[in-house]
Write a protein that binds this ligand. Structure first.
Ligand code: ATP
Ligand code: MG
Length: 335
């Protein structure tokens, strides 16, 4: 356990949202979409969010510099649960060079010509990167399950569909995520859990405000009619695919401000776990750098400081090498 109070608060915040691997989830019964942390008010959320965004920016810079681990964030939700807004707000402070967002829609004919994980595998993050899947391979056990005609379109041989197909997919997805984890790619899974009534209110807002009209389609209202089928598909997905290596987090989504804090917190918790460090150069490289430093200092024009950076920091204590490497992970007291 870390002695960093922020890391500890984050761990406590997200613990009730984690789906215990092996547990049987009954979504409407087990998770309240309107849940918030007792005592946390919307007006306090701005400061919390700023802290979270700054922590994410710092960790992402180190993740990229270390170039060893990658992070895949899977976002699943019903329409209007706030996937887009979550991505926009949570990732607002990170360097766009290290983050990719991929949205998955109805598969193309090229995609249908391959195995079902093919299109997702092509968009996995590189080491050092964070990839966000806005909808993910989990659509393959959600919309495809609720609307089986999607499965028909997948051109599977007869012996590969029918009985047991969903259990097989759960196993394949778990194996795939384990393979990724074993190779240094952490999988973060967020399910934004919206209530039926809050979805109704958000749909109406999208209809009432002309600038939101583009976000709404009649198909969204049709999907809503399958509410209980989706709740059942979500429950089974959460039960079968929350694993020790890639657990699901059910994010209460009725209050956007709280959902964003929680989504950010889960991602930060993963990065704390990875604890990425800035690479250290070898003694030999360090010696070479000091030689170059001497040459550069010798080139100082008359009257100019030999090393303007050092001169600017004169009087301040030199930062220890550990701080320059950015050792702020679990167990460090630096944050
Ligand atoms: P927005 O919030 O902007 O509405 P969205 O993610 O809902 O974003 P849409 O273009 O409205 O994007 O919808 C994408 C649709 O693609 C969803 O209805 C989703 O269920 C569907 N889809 C995603 N993956 C698959 C799949 N593998 N098979 C069939 N349909 C899929
Ligand atoms: Mg949509």
């Amino acid at each position: 356990m870390t002695d960093d109070p922020r890391a500890k608060r984050i761990a406590e915040l997200i613990a009730p949202l984690r789906v215990k691997p092996g547990s049987q989830v009954d979504l409407p019964h087990d998770f309240d979409p309107a849940y918030t942390l007792k005592g946390l008010k919307k007006k306090d959320s701005v400061g919390q969010m700023e802290t979270g965004i700054a922590m994410l920016a710092d960790y992402q810079a180190r993740l990229a510099a270390q170039d060893t681990y990658g992070v895949l964030v899977c976002l699943q939700a019903l329409d209007a649960a706030g996937k887009d807004g979550t991505i926009k707000h949570v990732m607002s402070g990170v360097n766009p060079q290290g983050v990719q967002v991929h949205s998955f829609k109805v598969p193309s004919s090229e995609e249908l010509n391959h195995d079902y994980l093919w299109r997702y595998a092509q968009r996995l993050p590189a080491r050092g990167d964070i990839a966000i899947f806005n909808r993910s391979h989990y659509e393959e056990v959600l919309v495809v399950r609720v609307h089986p005609e999607n499965l028909d379109r997948q051109k599977l041989p007869d012996e590969c569909k029918g009985k047991g197909v969903w259990e097989r997919r759960y196993r394949e997805i778990n194996d795939w995520e384990r393979y990724l984890t074993d190779n240094g790619f952490k999988v973060v899974k967020l399910f934004l859990n919206l209530s039926r009534e809050e979805q109704r209110a958000r749909f109406l807002k999208r209809i009432d405000l002309p600038e939101k009209n583009w976000k709404f389609s009649a198909a969204d209202a049709r999907e809503r009619e399958r509410w209980s089928d989706y709740q059942e598909a979500f429950s089974q997905m959460l039960s079968a695919t929350s694993t020790p290596w890639a657990p699901w987090y059910v994010i209460p989504a009725d209050r956007k401000w709280f959902a964003r804090i929680c989504a950010g917190a889960v991602l930060i918790d993963t990065l704390i776990e990875i604890d990425p460090r800035y690479p250290q150069v070898s003694e030999e490289t360090r010696r070479q750098l000091l030689e170059v430093k001497q040459e550069l200092e010798a080139q100082a024009p008359k009257g100019a400081p030999a090393d303007p950076f050092e001169a600017g920091h004169a009087g301040q204590p030199a930062r220890p090498a550990s701080a320059r490497r950015g050792s702020a992970g679990r167990g460090s007291a630096g944050r």
